[in-house]
Design a protein around this ligand. Structure first.
Ligand SMILES: Nc1ncnc2c1ncn2[C@@H]1O[C@H](COP(=O)(O)OP(=O)(O)OP(=O)(O)O)[C@@H](O)[C@H]1O
Ligand SMILES: [Mg+2]
Length: 359
């Protein structure tokens, strides 16, 4: 019987495929730091996001195939992640300190964009990613309230330093007072203000920057798409017909702007009575999911209408952190993982697969 070798371990691992990237984890360069000591095998699997929904599956498969090799007595796998940046297309420039920009928008006002944006940010942070949120709603900035932040932005003399709440870096017009507004925000133009939000903030090494978009398909979306490299948009809709119709328009607008739709979240999809647990379809049923299928965009999940979502948001504690076992929190965590997965796919599509790296 031949002695156990690194090559044998790698060969075995080639059967473990990433279901989204359609390649095996060795070819993808995910297997690192392989060590053999007698029959003991240890290695690291470096995924493209800490919020990977198939993390446990990949670890278990890798463990099983290596453990089955003759001569192996023990397998230790460390799971890590290094988020990759999506490459900018069409002359758009990346933002310093930010790997991936994710816009959270909707065709309609009041469908829960800010609630979803803040909770998606909190969900990604909870999974171990470095996350920021940019409040793109300069007329109705709600991010500070939903993150429980009452502060004023500081500068380091050159750039604006983001505030921080629940481990999330945040910038919002809501953090400005009349006193320092003229110093930090030169000029009243919306476009310029958004530009400053992106370019004059010292974002600290973010995997994901979530942008809470204002309602509709207006100027901020245009400004955003023309100037910065957005990885994609997450669109929030309620199941009702009018919201679905507006969301369809929003998806088409993002398409025109060359911003891929990472997925659709159906928010307020059904009401769950806190007292009796009975469900009611306040805004109808399944409209968002049907639209996702119609437009061939990923469906990210149904988030129920629950009083807890609103009260947690008003209290500045996003429901995914305040009440992680609640149905809305579980749905949003799953949606965040799907978003991270879509961004990983986009980042891989935008660059060549790296050479196999085994150190
Ligand atoms: N799933 C939910 N269950 C209960 N309340 C919710 C849910 N989602 C959002 N809300 C509440 O609905 C209201 C509107 O949500 P939010 O402010 O996030 O919407 P928006 O789309 O950002 O609005 P705008 O268009 O004004 O920016 C808020 O009070 C929020 O707490
Ligand atoms: Mg909002």
């Amino acid at each position: 019987m031949s002695a156990l070798s690194e090559a044998a371990v790698l060969d075995a691992l080639r059967v473990v495929k990433d279901p989204d990237l359609h390649k095996d984890i060795v070819t993808l360069g995910f297997v690192k730091n392989l060590r053999l000591r007698g029959g003991e095998v240890a290695f690291t699997i470096e995924l493209t996001t800490p919020a990977c929904p198939v993390k446990d599956l990949l670890r278990d498969q890798a463990h099983a195939v290596v453990a089955a090799l003759p001569g192996v007595s023990r397998v230790d796998i460390e799971m890590t992640a290094a988020v990759r940046a999506t490459s900018p297309v069409g002359g758009r420039v990346p933002i310093e300190g930010v790997k991936n920009i994710i816009a959270v928008g909707a065709g309609k006002g009041g469908v829960g964009k800010t609630t979803m944006a803040v909770n998606l940010a909190a969900a990604l942070a909870r999974r171990g990613s470095r996350v920021g949120i940019l409040d793109g709603d300069i007329y109705g900035p709600n991010v500070p309230i939903m993150l429980g932040l009452r502060t004023q932005l500081q500068t380091d003399g050159q750039k604006i330093l983001p505030a921080e709440g629940h481990g999330i870096q945040a910038v919002s017009v809501g953090f400005l007072t009349d006193d320092d507004a003229p110093i930090i925000w030169r000029g009243p133009m919306l476009h310029q203000t958004i530009q400053q939000f992106f370019r004059e903030v010292r974002w600290d090494n973010l995997d994901y920057l979530i942008v809470d978009m204002p309602p509709g398909t207006g100027d901020v979306a245009l400004s955003l798409s023309q100037s910065v490299a957005v990885a994609g948009a997450v669109l929030v809709t309620t199941p009702q017909t009018v919201s679905v119709a507006d969301t369809r328009r929003a998806v088409h607008m993002y398409r025109k702007l060359n911003i891929p739709t990472l997925g659709l979240i159906e928010n307020m999809s059904h009401f769950v009575c806190a007292g009796c647990g009975r469900e009611a379809d306040v805004f109808g049923k399944g409209g968002g999911e049907a639209l996702a299928h119609e437009l061939s965009v990923p469906f990210l999940g149904h988030v129920p209408l629950q009083e807890r979502v609103r009260s947690a948001g008003d209290a500045g504690h996003p429901v995914v952190l305040a009440d992680p076992d609640s149905a809305p929190a579980v749905a949003i965590m799953a949606a965040a993982e799907r978003v991270a997965q879509q961004v990983s796919i986009a980042s891989f599509a935008s660059r060549a697969i790296p050479m196999t790296e085994v150190r």
